[in-house]
Structures are given as structure tokens and as C-alpha cells.
Design a protein around this ligand. Structure first.
Ligand code: ATP
Ligand code: MG
Length: 567
């Protein structure tokens, strides 16, 4: 059993399911993940995917095959696009889950949904209402006052049937009529006050084309879709708790093949970001980010591009668990999971973000050599590679100080350091341009210190990374930070501001002319790299070109943010 197949932590939903199975209520568990294809999936959806597909995996044993369906809730042609369907499928597979043969579309049920609507009309449980959307809202009442009956509530079944068929046939314009359930305008639960079942939308649907000009509402389509797929447990987020009586009303009043049980859980909220497709869409539309897959976004496409491993996200979802109470999860928790995974799996390499040229004046001109470096010092099984070394190298600008402060153990005039996997070098001279800017330094090396140890036992306090100047590849590096400057941007924006105001201007910093060791010329998209001392990086799948490699910093090595906050 791989890590990924281990049963997740116990939670109240698993307890309910175990009881239902033990009591003989079901022979097998069937769950579903029902995205609306109106945007890209985000980390909140990952929680739902891990929960639904995770349950199917856990409750599968030798006797019973549990399963999880992927169902596109494509009932609204105004906001949905086929491109999102493709992206969502890719994201679910990438997260490590597979629906097998069980791919469904709510639009596949349009005929059944229509027939069920006629069934309700014939039972005097639905009517065609000519009130406008505003009028319906205005007569709905409030939490403390009952709603008012629509003047069309008492239409005859025959008239309703006739009008509904005309609606379907395209006789009326958008917004002129709706079909409503006839439940109770005085119900304490507002969702039961004659909710709308169908509205007129003359618009082409990505799958059914122009076949329909009336489209069902989510609350109506969802329980029926669940029942038709024999879903046993329909898991959704807390905001649907108030809709559950309506969900159950449809199942009780329609000739459905079974009665799924809706169970609600708390949605994931994550600090310094927003988890709402609508708000993410807004950031894309307003140009605050480069697109849905901008590596600063919390979408699965973005975090994949940024280098978050799928296993780290699954592990994160396990760690946050599933509860009944909303909370704001600290971003550092997912970052911890990402670091944990990358620390295990990333190949160690050297790359210079801000290059400073070093000339080793006693290294013979024209000579070069190859030194052995480990790909992962704690995991010898990950092998070694060769690093070219020569007279000219680059080091990190910040690893040199012309006038070192106290306890600065890296390179400074007269000071000696170790070059990782190579030699000790000592700074002899600083080269400046006419403006007094340091443009390079001259060092000497001690050939006896090959491998980083001095035979005379002398020690150095600092070890720095480097790359050979003539063999280095030049790359663009993109460094990311939190997208927003405030932990709860939605709350901040609710207080009269807009989301845009809270975008962190330093959330993306682009560095050009970075120098990387030559092994990175063959960097692979499916490989994560630790640039020693600098963080974890991966090749950018969108913008990287063989002639112009681009790497994203997935995450820094340690959590610097916590320290900054503490200050
Ligand atoms: P959004 O608010 O981002 O538009 P949504 O709920 O409208 O999300 P859907 O496509 O309808 O998006 O969601 C598919 C499933 O994912 C639903 O069952 C929903 O409850 C679940 N889901 C959405 N957001 C979260 C979240 N933040 N945490 C957990 N589950 C979520
Ligand atoms: Mg939704």
C-alpha cells in the first residue's frame, strides 16, 4: 500500500458511513465530486476531492467496491465552458484520483429532470410563475416574516403543463417566466418558499447545444443527479445545510430510484488567499495575476506550475481533517507539507540568484576539472553528478561583504570560506568599477583542500555555493510570496475596499541573468530541485524555453514569514 492509499484520519463522516454499512443500509458506498465547470479547481476543491475519493478508496475491500463519481454540474450555460471541463479532469487526475468509468454530466439528465418537473406539475407541486426575479425576491419574506403567495400559485395543472411546455418550446423570452415548486411560502426555512426549479435561458450549452432553452436550478438538479447515480452519501459544504430540507423534499416527492443522504462539512479557508472561483476569476479579469495558473494563485493548476507536489496537497488535506466548524487554516501548514515532501524528493543543485564573479588567480588559466557532488546528501541512492570547476566562478553577491559585519562568516577581504564540494578560497582583492560598484573579487584557492577539507586541520566557518562561470547556464528565476498582504482578504475587502487593494506587490519578483550549474540544462518538468541554500525550484511549464530557461521558486527552505511576523 502506497502512502496515498493509507486510510485518512477518522472523522464524523466516516463514522456515519461505517454505521450505515454496519446497519445494512447500503451494500457499498458511492460518493461524488460535483464541480461546476465555471472556473478552475482550487485548494478548497482539493479538500472535497480527497474526502470523496478518499472515502471510496477506504471503503473498498475484498467484498465491496466503493466508488467516487466525477460529475460536472453543468446546468447553467451562461457561465460554463468546455475548456474548464478539460482542466478539471486534468486536475483531479493530477491529484492522484481516478473516476474510472464513472464520469457524468448533470446535462445528461436534462430529459429526466424535465419529465420530473412535469410529474410535479401533474401532482400540483409545481407551477409556472410570471413574476420577475425581483418580484420573487420581494415576496419571499424574511427570516422573521412569511413570504407572500405568488398570484400565479393557483394556476390549474393543465394551464401549468401547457405553459411549461411552451417554455420548453421557446415561446417566451429569458426571464419572463419560471417554474417553481409549490411548497410553503410561510416555511421557516426560506429555501422551501416555492423555490425556482427552471428558468428560461436562450443560450447554447456546451454539451446539449441548442436543444434546451430552459435550464434547471442547482438545488433541483443535484438531488436527482445524486439519486440517479445511486450516490449513498452526498457530501457538500456547510452553506448547503439549509438546503437539505429541499434536497430531501425532492427525493420524497419524485419517483427517484434511491434516497442519497446529504452530509455537510466545513469548507477550507486558507490564509492570505481567496478560495472562491468567482473571486479568483475577478483577479484574472482585472489583470492582478497572469491567469488562472499564475503560480501565486491557489488553483491546482497554479500550485502544480509552482511546484507543489500532489502528494503534499493530499497530505495537507489529511492533516486539516474534516469538521463541522469553519476555520481559517494557516498557510504555513500547506507550506510545511510542501517542504516535507520536497526535502525528501528534490535533487540538490547549485544556482546563483545574484551573481558576483570570482577569479581564482592561482588556478591555472585554461585548466578545468570535474568535481563530484551528491544529488541528495541524506540519500546516497539518489546518486552523484559532476560539477565543472575552473578559474572563474560565480558566487552569490550576498555571500560577500567588503566590510564584514560581526559574525559574518562568509567571504570578505582576507577571509577564507569553503566552496561546496570544491576547495577553500580566500579573498585577496576587490574589483570595483568607476562608480565604486563591486564587480568582482579576486581569490586564491588551496589545492590541498579538494573535497572541502584542509589536511592541516584548519577550519572555516562558512560554506557557500557557486557555479563555474564558463559552463553556467543563464536563467530567469521567479520568486513568489503570499498573494495578499492580509490574512483574510475577503473580510478586509468586505469593509468597503476591493480585493485588488490587498494584493502583495512583492508577491512576484523576477530575477534575470541568474547562473545555474550546467546539469540544469537538462532539467525536467517532473523533477523538483533544491537550489542549495536558496529554496526549492521547478521549471516553469508555460514560459520556459530551451534558450531561456525559467524556474519558479516553489518555496523557500525555511519559513521566513513567521520570523517577519514575529518582528
Ligand atoms: P466556489 O465558491 O469556489 O465557486 P463552489 O462550491 O461554487 O466553489 P463547485 O464547483 O460547486 O464550486 O464545487 C464543487 C465541490 O467542491 C462542492 O461539493 C463544494 O462543496 C466543494 N468545495 C468548493 N469549495 C470548497 C472549499 N473551500 N472547501 C471544501 N470544499 C469545497
Ligand atoms: Mg457552486
Amino acid at each position: 500500500m502506497s502512502d496515498h492509499e493509507k486510510p485518512g484520519p477518522g472523522n464524523f463522516i466516516r463514522t456515519i458511513i461505517s454505521e450505515d454499512l454496519a446497519g445494512g443500509k447500503h451494500q457499498r458506498v458511492v460518493t461524488r465530486f460535483p464541480p461546476e465547470p465555471n472556473g478552475y479547481l482550487h485548494l478548497g476543491h482539493a479538500k472535497s476531492i480527497c474526502l470523496n475519493f478518499g472515502i471510496a478508496r477506504e471503503f473498498t475491500d475484498k467484498m465491496t467496491l466503493a466508488r467516487c463519481h466525477l460529475r460536472f454540474d453543468d446546468t447553467n450555460p451562461s457561465t460554463e465552458e468546455a475548456a474548464y471541463v478539460e482542466a478539471i479532469r486534468e486536475d483531479v487526475l493530477w491529484l492522484g484520483f481516478d473516476w474510472g468509468e464513472h464520469l457524468y454530466f448533470a446535462s445528461d439528465y436534462f430529459t429526466t429532470l424535465y419529465e420530473y418537473a412535469e410529474h410535479l406539475i401533474k401532482n400540483d407541486q409545481a407551477y409556472v410563475c410570471d413574476l420577475s426575479a425581483e418580484e420573487i425576491r420581494a415576496t419571499r419574506g424574511t427570516l422573521t416574516t412569511a413570504g407572500r403567495d405568488s398570484p400565479f400559485r393557483h394556476r390549474s395543472r393543465t394551464e401549468n403543463l401547457d405553459l411549461f411546455r411552451q417554455m420548453r418550446a421557446g415561446a417566451f423570452a429569458d426571464g419572463t417566466r419560471v417554474l417553481r415548486a409549490k411548497i410553503d411560502m410561510a416555511a421557516a426555512n426560506l429555501n422551501l418558499r416555492d423555490p425556482v426549479l427552471y428558468r428560461i435561458i436562450h443560450r447554447r450549452h456546451h454539451r446539449s447545444g441548442d436543444k434546451w432553452c430552459i435550464y434547471p436550478m442547482y438545488d433541483y438538479a443535484h438531488p436527482i443527479s445524486d439519486a440517479h447515480e445511486h450516490i449513498t452519501h452526498s457530501l457538500c459544504t456547510l452553506e448547503f445545510a439549509d438546503h437539505r430540507p429541499l434536497y430531501d423534499w425532492f427525493l420524497a416527492n419524485l419517483p427517484v430510484p434511491c434516497r442519497p443522504r446529504q452530509i455537510e462539512f466545513a469548507r477550507l479557508n486558507l490564509g492570505y488567499t481567496v478560495l472562491s472561483k468567482r473571486k479568483l476569476q475577478q483577479l484574472v479579469n482585472e489583470g492582478c495575476v497572469s491567469g488562472w495558473d499564475d503560480p501565486r494563485m491557489p488553483t491546482l493548476a497554479a500550485v502544480r506550475r509552482r511546484g507543489y507536489p500532489a502528494a503534499a496537497i493530499r497530505n495537507f488535506c489529511d492533516k486539516i481533517g474534516v469538521a463541522k466548524k469553519e476555520s481559517l487554516v494557516d498557510l504555513s501548514l500547506i507550506e510545511h507539507c510542501v517542504r516535507e515532501d520536497l526535502n525528501e524528493n528534490a535533487v540538490r543543485v547549485m544556482g546563483i540568484l545574484n551573481p558576483l564573479k570570482v577569479i581564482i588567480n592561482n588556478y591555472p588559466t585554461g585548466q578545468s576539472e570535474e568535481l563530484i557532488a551528491q544529488n541528495h546528501p541524506q540519500k546516497p541512492e539518489m546518486g552523484t553528478r559532476l560539477l565543472p570547476f575552473g578559474r572563474e566562478i560565480y558566487i552569490e553577491r550576498e555571500d560577500f561583504m567588503a566590510e564584514p559585519v560581526k559574525n559574518f562568516f562568509r567571504l570578505a577581504p582576507g577571509q577564507e570560506v569553503r566552496l561546496r564540494y570544491a576547495y577553500f578560497i580566500k579573498c585577496r582583492e576587490v574589483i570595483k568599477d568607476e562608480q565604486g560598484e563591486i564587480i568582482g573579487i579576486i581569490c586564491s584557492y588551496d589545492p590541498a583542500t579538494i573535497g572541502g577539507k584542509a589536511p592541516d586541520g584548519r577550519r572555516v566557518k562558512g560554506t557557500i555555493h557557486w557555479v563555474a562561470a564558463d559552463r553556467a547556464i543563464t536563467a530567469e528565476l521567479r520568486l513568489y510570496d503570499r498573494l495578499f498582504t492580509v490574512e483574510n482578504p475577503e473580510k478586509a475587502a468586505a469593509a468597503g475596499a476591493v480585493l485588488k487593494d490587498f494584493i502583495n506587490p512583492e508577491s512576484r519578483v523576477t530575477l534575470q541573468g541568474c547562473r545555474l550549474e550546467p546539469s540544469l540544462a537538462d532539467a525536467r518538468l517532473d523533477q523538483h530541485y533544491q537550489f542549495e541554500r536558496q529554496g526549492y525550484f521547478c521549471l516553469d511549464r508555460q514560459d520556459s524555453q530551451p534558450q531561456h530557461p525559467v524556474f519558479n521558486r516553489t518555496i523557500t527552505l525555511r519559513d521566513t514569514w513567521e520570523k517577519i511576523k514575529a518582528r
